[in-house]
Ligand binder design. Structure first.
Ligand SMILES: Nc1nc2c(c(=O)[nH]1)N=C([C@H](O)[C@@H](O)CO)CN2
Length: 120
């Protein structure tokens, strides 16, 4: 299975369950693995035949600006839903970290995988 990678993408958003968190923007850090067949794009050297990691990174930044969830779970699930629908991605693994949320930890967060992994 081929993958397009986006690592340590910083996304600003309003997120959190506590009252003080509803009044400010925090930065989440995302790692994404996006399954796609890279061979057609490589054969034709054509960005239109692959997942454009720059365009997807911009879409994720817009998603963060447009939403204000309480839970990181909700952010992760809704984002992956949107990306799968808009880009027709068969399988995604998203790791989302919320640095600073637990001072004793480097980061806390969630990891989800959605869709079917192809054998190739
Ligand atoms: N499983 C989760 N636990 C917690 C979350 C969350 O989104 N998912 N959020 C919080 C608070 O918002 C915290 O991040 C503030 O520091 C607590 N636990």
């Amino acid at each position: 299975m081929d993958l397009v990678l986006i690592e340590a993408l910083k996304v600003d958003t309003v997120i959190g369950v506590y009252d003080w968190e509803r009044t400010l923007t925090q930065t989440l850090v995302l790692d994404l693995e996006l399954a796609t067949d890279l061979r057609p794009a490589a054969a034709d050297d054509d960005i239109a035949q692959t997942l454009d990691y720059a365009a997807i990174s911009e879409r994720i930044a817009r998603f963060g600006a447009e939403h204000s969830f309480e839970l990181v779970e909700t952010f992760a699930e809704r984002l992956v839903d949107a990306l799968r629908q808009e880009y027709g991605i068969a399988w995604i693994r998203l790791t989302l970290r919320k640095p600073g949320a637990v001072p004793a930890a480097n980061a806390v967060g969630v990891r989800i995988e959605r869709g079917e992994r192809s054998a190739t």
